[in-house]
Design a protein around this ligand. Structure first.
Ligand SMILES: NC(=O)c1ccc[n+]([C@@H]2O[C@H](COP(=O)([O-])OP(=O)(O)OC[C@H]3O[C@@H](n4cnc5c(N)ncnc54)[C@H](O)[C@@H]3O)[C@@H](O)[C@H]2O)c1
Length: 347
């Protein structure tokens, strides 16, 4: 596989097929119907880095960052689409990271009761996670992704070339989701990644193509067996129960918070005799190899209070993702009080 070669595969859910491409985005886009006439949604950073892409195209630019995933901002985009003449037969394409793709998916699922949409994903976190699986969510009053739909895009274009303009901070933070997907599901790919962290750091193009391919295949396998997250899909939340609380309290990047969250959740798995100390050490070394944080900077009381706030959403028992070994995880039920006792025990 060279950097110019492309992967093409699909995600099949009930009554729908999404085409997924990995490779040169402008070559791939040429073969997508209606792309010349599509409405693009992007953010200011992408517009600054790739201005020529938008020449002779219809586009809407949003402010980068999580704050754009709000109803007032969404309303504004609906109005701009109407002004620009978008109708039921229009195609909208999100050109950006996870924020842009979540917004595009949400707009595509609701504008005129749903129109076709696709993604050109530009961040590591976007390509391995946000664009695959059909979750399109926006935030409401501090609750993340609480309003949204399950609805699959027509196509996804993942081109690792975009990582060259991504900040180092965002790139490294995306590595947490990479490690998460390998460690919960694919033993061989986890060790393949560990062997190649140098290629990851230097952004070797053919390595990155294969990385995205392996990552997308995992997420597709999980989503195809449980699109609406009633069962196995929940394992993708490994590290997130605690990670979300860390993210909320400390404001660090999502991936950095998930890295620390994975480590604490894996320590709980060791404490409960599900996971070996050896595998816990392997996880820690891999996070450190990728320059991800492993230490909780928030104090434990703040963390626990933040997790308690989540209780409003989930009730007394929560689904806890139990790592059992490299490549293997399952969902178990824990009560909130057990989880909090365990956090105190392992920290
Ligand atoms: N729908 C899902 O299943 C799912 C899964 C995971 C995460 N998400 C969502 O994804 C979002 C996080 O995604 P993200 O980390 O991509 O955040 P993001 O979209 O905010 O991008 C991070 C930053 O990088 C910039 N950027 C993106 N690509 C760039 C590039 N190629 N060059 C230069 N700058 C670039 C953006 O402008 C932004 O400032 C969150 O809102 C999260 O909830 C959704």
């Amino acid at each position: 596989m060279t950097e110019n070669q492309q992967y093409h595969f699909s995600l099949k859910t009930e009554g729908h097929t999404s085409d997924i491409f990995i490779g040169n985005y402008s070559d791939i886009l040429k073969n997508i119907d209606r792309s010349n006439d599509a409405f693009f949604i992007t953010d200011e950073n992408l517009f600054k880095f790739y201005p020529s892409f938008f020449k002779n195209r219809k586009y809407i630019i949003i402010t980068p960052g999580e704050k754009s995933k709000s109803f007032t901002k969404i309303e504004n985009i609906y109005l701009k689409l109407l002004d620009a003449g978008a109708d039921r037969s229009s195609l909208i394409i999100g050109f950006g990271g996870g924020v842009v793709s979540d917004i595009t998916g949400f707009i595509g699922s609701t504008f005129m009761r749903g129109i076709d949409f696709g993604f050109i994903s530009t961040s590591l976190l976007g390509q391995v996670d946000a664009v695959i699986g059909g979750k399109n969510g926006v935030n409401l009053s501090g609750y993340k992704n609480i309003i949204g739909t399950f609805n699959q895009p027509e196509f996804i274009i993942n081109d690792p070339f975009f990582f060259n303009t991504l900040t180092e901070y965002e790139y490294i933070s995306g590595a947490a989701e990479v490690i998460k997907q390998f460690i919960i599901y694919d033993h061989d790919s986890f060790y393949w990644f560990r062997k190649n962290t140098e290629a990851f750091k230097t952004k070797d193009a053919s390595f990155l193509n294969e990385l995205i391919y392996r990552q997308n295949k995992i997420k597709i396998a999980v989503v195809q067996s449980d699109e609406k997250e009633k069962g196995i899909r929940k394992i993708l939340n490994f590290g997130h129960t605690i990670g979300h609380a860390i993210e909320r309290e400390s404001g660090i990047a999502h991936g950095n918070a998930v890295a620390i969250g994975m480590l604490i959740e894996a320590k709980i798995a060791v404490e409960l005799d599900f996971l070996s100390q050896y595998d816990l050490n392997i996880l820690q070394e891999t996070l450190l190899d990728c320059q991800l944080p492993v230490k909780l900077e928030t104090d434990i009381a703040t963390l626990v209070n933040s997790i308690k706030k989540d209780k409003k959403r989930t009730g007394n028992a929560i689904d806890f993702i139990m790592l059992e070994a490299v490549g293997k995880a399952k969902v178990i039920q824990l009560t909130f009080s057990d989880l909090i006792n365990l956090i105190h025990k392992v920290l």
